[in-house]
Design a protein around this ligand. Structure first.
Ligand SMILES: *[C@@H]1O[C@H](CO)[C@@H](O)[C@H](O)[C@H]1NC(C)=O
Ligand SMILES: *[C@@H]1O[C@H](CO)[C@@H](O)[C@H](O)[C@H]1NC(C)=O
Ligand SMILES: *[C@@H]1O[C@H](CO)[C@@H](O)[C@H](O)[C@H]1NC(C)=O
Ligand SMILES: *[C@@H]1O[C@H](CO)[C@@H](O)[C@H](O)[C@H]1NC(C)=O
Ligand SMILES: *[C@@H]1O[C@H](CO)[C@@H](O)[C@H](O)[C@H]1NC(C)=O
Length: 532
């Protein structure tokens, strides 16, 4: 079914060059780029578009579904853009792009997707090319951030779970080698959320695809995650219900969480360095003596306890760990908003039950178990044996924001420990190929109160130095054997890079956590990684 992807024989290819795009100044490069379209023959694939794009072009992306962002992107360097449609079965296929910079470092970068996407990772592709990578991305088998196209179509579901990411990497390797006339030196992966899960899926099932993987906030234990995301509705009930907390009351809860846990790391700055050691108890907030404001009814306190507790089946089996304390303020608008969770609705309707009438309000223990049992195409992504990655010398940097309000960071050490026990390795042995970092004060894949810019993508880059850039740290590890001990994160003044650095923190390698020692707390040197 899947033959050799790219031959050199001539084939009919649809080539369009948009006049709105500034061409690179190197005319040889432009010619080479457009010739690629005439020479590239992609089995099971058809070329949509080929264009040479000059650095600084603001590229509009009309082929993106409206549910995807961005709808335009600035192309950072001169590059050749090729877009292809690739068929994966009689009823499925994906759209992919390769961005081939004129000033190529020899490295290849595959980018991941997010949510139920459906959206090419143009941001990460742009970021990758700015660092000299040839970058590849796909729509993961369907357009738009919805699971509706899985309905009656397990092939589209297979593309989402593993196939589009794998085959677009294979295609990207061939296209890159053909275009530059030499093989790439190393193949890398960058992704967060669903993209983090895709990175681990590659590590588990396609270890040959990458020499290095950055997996952020991975959506591991994916079926169980969708159960967990969907269970908050029952806990809060809709706005106005006795169990519901309006967002301002979650701010009160958050301040109480900080009262109990912010000082555990030795410094009170609004950031809980390691939520693992925070065992929050909301009972102090229960309204006393007829008070009605800034306090919780017993029913609301029950909601808070439930929201910050692990989810279990009726039999007591763990489905998913608790939301880590500290993320309440934004979680109020995402998980605790008294509405059903759209990804949960999509996953159960179109991937688990194939029944668009399933009502996400009714989710319960039987559904958690049904999803874990069905586990389509092993979307769970929970294999603990990464020996193929280890044996070929590939490296994995796994990171997770400590204020993640969509995927709890407490699932990440759970996976690390699962790998550790499955492989029977010590932390020091895991360190040779797999390292996990909790990035404190950081939301879902970026942003937050903490030193969240670790070079994980556009807008999160303080510099390209491996010391403070997770992607270049990975390159340094893979190519020079220098493994990162910490990930140095940056918080800019008002989150504006132009306004300069507010503070930096060196995020610790698991299982250690950060502890303030002495001196200016804005300097990483005033902190130390200690055992929990
Ligand atoms: C590629 O697929 C898109 C839909 O994703 C379609 O609009 C376009 O016409 C296809 N291109 C070719 C060359 O078949
Ligand atoms: C790029 O163009 C779009 C409109 O097509 C506009 O909304 C956006 O602001 C532009 N981006 C930049 C950086 O100029
Ligand atoms: C090409 O990249 C190298 C480093 O990767 C850099 O030193 C050089 O300035 C770049 N050249 C151009 C023309 O961008
Ligand atoms: C939560 O689940 C319980 C048990 O199934 C049910 O009685 C209750 O009505 C549900 N609450 C909401 C808001 O759906
Ligand atoms: C997922 O949940 C089921 C219960 O529904 C549980 O048996 C299983 O161990 C969970 N899997 C993971 C990876 O946590």
């Amino acid at each position: 079914m899947w033959g050799s992807l790219l031959g050199l024989s001539s084939a009919l290819a649809l080539v369009t060059i948009s006049p709105a795009i500034a061409a690179p100044s190197d005319t040889n490069f432009n010619t080479k780029c457009t010739t690629l379209g005439k020479l590239a023959k992609v089995d099971n694939g058809v070329v949509n578009l080929i264009e040479a794009i000059g650095a600084g072009t603001n590229l509009s992306l009309p082929s993106q579904d409206p549910s995807c962002s961005p709808s335009s992107i600035v192309v950072p360097v001169d590059l050749c853009r090729i877009s292809l449609n690739v068929t994966t079965s009689k009823r499925s296929g994906f759209r992919m792009e390769a961005w081939l910079p004129s000033n190529w470092t020899g490295r290849l970068l595959t980018t991941g997707n997010g949510g139920m996407g459906g959206c090419i990772g143009y941001g990460d592709m742009s970021y990758g090319t700015s660092l000299g990578f040839a970058a590849v991305g796909s729509n993961n088998g369907h357009d738009g951030d919805t699971g509706a196209s899985f309905y009656n179509n397990p092939d589209t579901l297979a593309d989402f779970v593993y196939r589009a990411r794998h085959l677009s990497t294979v295609a990207g390797k061939l296209i890159t080698t053909f275009f530059y006339g030499r093989k790439y030196t190393k193949s890398y992966y960058l992704g967060c959320s669903t993209g983090g899960r895709q990175g681990f899926k590659a590590a588990q099932d396609y270890p040959e695809d990458f020499d290095g993987i950055v997996a952020g906030a991975p959506a591991l234990a994916f079926n169980n995650l969708t159960s967990w995301s969907g269970h908050f509705y029952n806990l809060t009930a809709p706005p106005g219900s006795p169990t519901f907390l309006p967002p301002e009351l979650w701010v009160t809860v958050h301040l109480d969480v900080l009262d109990q846990c912010d000082a555990l790391d030795g410094y009170v700055d609004g950031i809980i360095e390691d939520p693992r050691i925070c065992n929050y108890d909301p009972s102090g907030l229960i309204c006393a003596n007829g008070a009605t404001t800034n306090c919780l009814t017993p029913a609301q306190a029950g909601t808070v306890r439930g929201a910050l507790s692990p989810l279990r089946t009726d039999n007591g089996d763990l489905v998913y760990p608790r939301l880590q304390p500290g993320a309440e303020v934004i979680a109020a608008f995402v998980l605790f908003n008294g509405q059903t969770f759209s990804y949960t609705a999509d996953w159960f309707r179109f991937a688990i039950y194939n029944d668009p009438t399933w009502d996400p309000k009714t989710i319960d223990s039987d559904d958690y178990e049904a999803a874990a049992r069905k586990n389509p195409f092993n979307a769970e992504t929970w294999k603990g044996d990464l020996s193929a990655v280890k044996n070929r010398g590939a490296k994995i940097i796994h990171w997770h924001g400590g204020e993640d309000f969509i995927i709890t960071s407490e699932n990440s050490p759970r996976y690390y420990e699962h790998v550790k026990s499955t492989m029977g390795l010590s932390n020091a042995q895991l360190d040779t190929f797999y390292r996990y970092f909790l990035v404190s004060g950081t939301g879902h894949c970026g942003g937050g109160n903490g030193a969240h810019a670790i070079g994980q993508g556009l807008g999160e880059v303080n510099s390209n130095s491996p010391k403070e850039n997770v992607l270049m740290a990975l390159v340094d590890w893979v190519e020079k054997g220098r493994a990162p001990e910490t990930l140095l994160g940056t918080k800019w003044v008002n989150d504006q890079k132009e306004q300069g650095v507010d503070f930096q923190r060196a995020h610790c390698k698991y299982p250690k956590r950060n502890q303030y020692v002495q001196g200016n707390p804005k300097l990483p040197s005033s902190w130390k990684c200690v055992a929990v």
